[in-house]
Design a protein around this ligand. Structure first.
Ligand code: SF4
Length: 363
């Protein structure tokens, strides 16, 4: 995909429009492009003027995703790591609040801003630090691994953090035969199955009174949906040119039906690998629908089936019209507190321990 870096060489309204049209994204109609081009142009102009970094999660709608250059796009951890490498004072995080928090924990001296602080996540919103304490009391001495989709106060109670890309590896790196995993109940059951005979996975609600959570988007996919999509889009199991991709956060029976399961980045990389070898004709991704919209643009040779009723309402809160005022406020020197992520020094210190431990085990 052509990134906005090419626009930045010559940033006019016409060059911005030409760039968006050239992306040939099937989800972007001329009506949308003409309607939003002025806003995109203004955002990119101010981004350049103030050397701001705009990080874009894969689940952002294409016009928002396109505000980020290639090195600024990715999953939550990749984006936070990109933030560490920047010398920019302002980091605008186009994702949900727990992701902006992670960026702040890893970049305590930078100003991290999010277009809508109410952009939550059912996994993070429905899980409390108190539930970690319940589990630690019930299973003394057993290490606790927490999914990155959680808030800083819950992370602060845990031994190590993980993402969907490294959960297996981090779990196996932790000492002992048992591991507590929070908060995602489906992810926990999927991990339990994959690590069977290697490590016992304990999680909320399994013989304990702690309460876990699920992703309200990925849980929408049922086994029947996957079987019916296979039939209607002719994504046959034995055909290596047709792939059914499933995200870790889906139900166990859905994961078992996948041709490939993994994190957002792993799924994207598998598609890239197959496209490079000329081996991918059709694909369906059981995940957030704008991920597919962005991959359609990146891999035009692949025919993707989509289910755009499966949209994350939290991610959808981040829109062009809410991003522009942040940059206008930076430009005029106005107060940024309505967008700025603030965490106490103590929380940053405690929540950074499990994240740093994950990073030391990952690289
Ligand atoms: S897709 Fe699911 S895990 Fe991701 S932000 Fe939305 S609710 Fe949270």
């Amino acid at each position: 995909m052509e990134s906005s870096s090419s626009i930045l060489k010559e940033l006019t309204l016409e060059s911005v429009k030409a760039d968006i049209y050239s992306r040939n994204n099937p989800t972007l109609t001329p009506i949308d492009i003409e309607f939003y081009a002025t806003t995109v142009h203004r955002i990119l102009e101010l981004k350049k003027k103030h050397n701001a970094v705009i990080l874009g999660h894969n689940y952002m709608e294409p016009l928002v995703f396109g505000l980020s250059e290639q090195g600024e796009q990715g999953d939550s951890l990749g984006l936070s790591m990109s933030a560490v490498q920047t010398d920019s004072e302002f980091i605008i995080f186009n994702g949900v609040r727990f992701m902006a928090e992670t960026a702040k924990i890893l970049n305590p001296n930078k100003r991290v801003l999010i277009a809508d602080k109410t952009a939550g996540c059912s996994l993070a919103d429905d899980f409390r630090a108190e539930d970690v304490r319940i589990l630690k009391e019930q299973y003394p001495g057993v290490p606790v691994m927490i999914y990155i989709n959680s808030y800083a106060d819950a992370k602060a109670e845990c031994d190590v953090c993980c993402t969907s890309a490294n959960a297996e590896q981090i779990a196996m790196s932790m000492p002992g035969d048992e591991l507590i995993f929070v908060p995602d109940l489906y992810f926990a059951q999927n991990l339990e199955k994959v690590l069977e005979d290697k490590k016992k996975i304990l999680y909320p609600g399994k013989n304990n009174s702690a309460k876990g959570a699920v992703c309200e988007v990925h849980e929408k996919f049922s086994l029947e949906d996957i079987i019916s999509i296979r039939k209607s889009f002719k994504i046959n199991k034995e055909d290596p040119n047709r792939m059914m991709y499933v995200h870790w956060e889906c139900k166990p029976e859905v994961l078992q039906e996948a041709d490939y399961y993994g994190s957002t980045t792993q799924i994207r990389n598998d598609i890239a690998h197959r496209v490079a070898s000329g081996n991918l004709e059709k694909a369906f991704i059981a995940s957030e629908c704008e991920l597919t919209s962005n991959l359609m643009e990146e891999f035009p040779s692949v025919e993707f089936a989509t289910a755009c009723s499966v949209r994350c309402n939290h991610m959808a809160k981040i829109s062009l019209n809410k991003i522009q005022p942040i940059l206008e406020a930076i430009d005029s020197g106005d107060d940024l507190s309505q967008w700025e992520v603030k965490l106490s020094e103590e929380t940053i210190k405690r929540a950074s321990n499990p994240i740093e431990r994950m990073l030391s085990l990952s690289f």
